[in-house]
Design a protein around this ligand. Structure first.
Ligand SMILES: [Zn+2]
Length: 415
C-alpha cells in the first residue's frame, strides 16, 4: 500500500523520481537538509525573508513537496484557509474525497446545522442590506451639506433589533452599526463588505425571550441550540450551557493535542459547529485514514505559510536553486552554509560572507562582507532583473570564489 501511494505521488508531480521525505520545497533536493525543515540550508535564507520556516514533521504517506505540486491537491490548496464553518466542511470533504472518496456520513452529520447557519446568515444579510440601503438613501439626500454629521440624519442609535421566527423558535439578533473596524469576536460580520457608508455586525440577544450568550460564535451557536431544542425537551439556559461546554471541550483538546498546529489565536479560525469540530479532531487524532490526516496537516501548513510557499512554485526559480546547490557541491569545503546565507573561501585566500538582507535597492537582496578584514563588498550583477534568485546567487558565488578574475569588475574586492 505504501509503495503504491509513493508511486502515485511521484506521478502526480510530473513524473519526477520519487522524492525523499525531507526534500526541500525550493530545490526539491534532500541534500543540505540536516534539520528536517521544509527548506534546505541553501534555500532557506533566500526564501522566507531571511527567516527559517516552521518545521514540519515527517509524514508517512505524502510529502509536503508532493502536496504543493500535486495536481490532485490544487483544488484543496486553492481554497486557502477556511473562513467559516461552511468553508471548513468543504475543505474536509475535498480532503476526504481525494483519499477515501466517501463523505456520506460527514455530509449527513453536518447538513442540518450548516443549512441552518446559511439560513440565519441569509435573514441577517437581507435585513442589513435593506437597513443600509435606506440609511444610504438618507445620507445621499443630505450629501450636499458640507458638514454632514451621520448621526444627525440616522439618529444616535447605533443598533437595531432583528426578530425572526425559525424552527418554531423566536430569535433576536442585534444589528450594530460599526464605528471603525471593531467587531466582537463572537459576532457575525459580513464576509463580503457592503459598498455602503456604514458596515454592521450582528450579535445574538435572545431565543424565545431568554437572553443568550455564546463562548465562541453566535451564528454557529444559535444554529446548534435550535437543533438541540428540537431534540431535547430542555430549557434554553441548559441547552446553551451544554453547547458551550461541548464546544469548549473539543477546542481545548485540539489546542492541547495539536499545539504545533493551533495557538490561542486559532480559536478564531476554527469551525464552531460540533459536528465539524469533532470531524477535525477525529481526523487529526489519526483514528482511521492516515493519508486524510496527512493531507489535512499539509493543507493547514500550506495555508499558514502561503506567503513564501507560493514563491517556490515557480519552476524557473526551482531550477536556479538546483543550479546554485550544484555549484556549492562542486566547491565542496570552500563553501559554508549558515542561517543567514553562506560564506566562500576564495582562490586568493579571502573569505566572503553573503547574507540575505532586506532589499537595499529594488533588486539587491544580498549583502557581502570580507570576513578577515570586515569590509563590505559591492557586486552588481548584470541583467539582474531577469534572472531568478538562485542564478544571481550562483553568479555572485562564482565571482567571489574566483576573485582574481573578478577583481577587474568588482572594485571593492581586496586582493
Ligand atoms: Zn533547497
Amino acid at each position: 500500500m505504501k509503495m503504491e501511494l509513493g508511486l502515485l505521488n511521484s506521478k502526480r508531480i510530473g513524473g519526477e523520481a520519487v522524492v525523499s521525505k525531507q526534500s526541500c520545497l525550493s530545490c526539491h533536493s534532500p541534500k543540505y537538509n540536516d534539520y528536517d525543515l521544509p527548506l534546505c540550508l541553501v534555500c532557506s535564507p533566500w526564501t522566507n525573508n531571511g527567516e527559517s520556516p516552521k518545521s514540519f514533521g515527517s509524514l508517512e504517506h505524502i510529502t509536503l513537496l508532493e502536496f504543493i505540486h500535486g495536481d490532485n491537491y490544487q483544488e484543496i490548496i486553492s481554497r486557502g484557509m477556511p473562513d467559516g464553518d461552511i468553508a471548513w466542511k468543504e475543505l474536509l470533504c475535498s480532503i476526504n474525497a481525494s483519499s477515501i472518496g466517501d463523505n456520506g456520513r460527514f455530509v449527513n452529520d453536518t447538513e442540518e446545522v450548516l443549512s441552518l447557519i446559511t439560513h440565519i446568515q441569509g435573514v441577517i444579510d437581507e435585513y442589513t442590506e435593506d437597513l443600509s440601503r435606506s440609511e444610504n438613501l438618507a445620507l445621499s439626500y443630505y450629501s450636499h451639506f458640507v458638514d454632514l454629521d451621520k448621526s444627525s440624519i440616522l439618529g444616535d442609535d447605533e443598533e437595531k433589533l432583528l426578530q425572526f421566527e425559525i424552527r418554531n423558535q423566536n430569535v433576536t439578533f442585534r444589528i450594530v452599526r460599526m464605528k471603525g473596524d471593531e467587531v466582537p469576536s463572537h459576532a457575525y460580520s459580513f464576509s463580503k463588505p457592503l459598498e455602503l457608508h456604514s458596515n454592521y455586525y450582528a450579535e445574538i440577544v435572545s431565543i424565545n425571550g431568554s437572553s443568550v450568550s455564546f463562548d465562541y460564535k453566535d451564528l454557529e451557536g444559535c444554529a446548534e441550540v435550535l437543533l438541540l431544542l428540537e431534540i431535547h425537551n430542555r430549557g434554553i439556559d441548559d441547552t446553551v450551557e451544554s453547547y458551550n461546554r461541548k464546544c469548549r471541550e473539543i477546542i481545548d483538546k485540539l489546542l492541547s493535542q495539536h499545539c504545533e498546529l493551533f495557538t490561542e489565536e486559532s480559536i478564531q479560525i476554527l469551525p464552531h459547529s460540533i459536528s465539524i469540530l469533532s470531524e477535525l479532531n477525529r481526523i487529526l487524532s489519526g483514528k482511521d485514514d492516515d493519508l486524510v490526516r496527512e493531507l489535512l496537516l499539509c493543507s493547514l501548513y500550506t495555508f499558514e505559510n502561503w506567503k513564501w510557499i507560493q514563491n517556490v512554485l515557480d519552476p524557473a526559480r526551482v531550477r536556479s536553486f538546483q543550479f546554485l546547490s550544484q555549484i556549492m557541491t562542486d566547491l565542496g569545503k570552500r563553501v559554508t552554509l549558515y542561517e543567514n546565507g553562506f560564506s566562500v573561501d576564495s582562490l586568493t585566500g579571502n573569505r566572503y560572507q553573503v547574507n540575505w538582507t532586506k532589499f537595499r535597492t529594488d533588486h539587491v537582496f544580498w549583502f557581502i562582507t570580507e570576513f578577515f578584514e570586515d569590509k563590505s563588498v559591492c557586486i552588481e550583477v548584470e541583467e539582474e532583473h531577469d534572472l531568478p534568485m538562485g542564478d544571481i546567487l550562483a553568479v555572485i558565488l562564482l565571482s567571489l570564489y574566483d576573485d582574481i578574475e573578478s577583481s577587474e569588475l568588482i572594485k571593492t574586492l581586496n586582493i
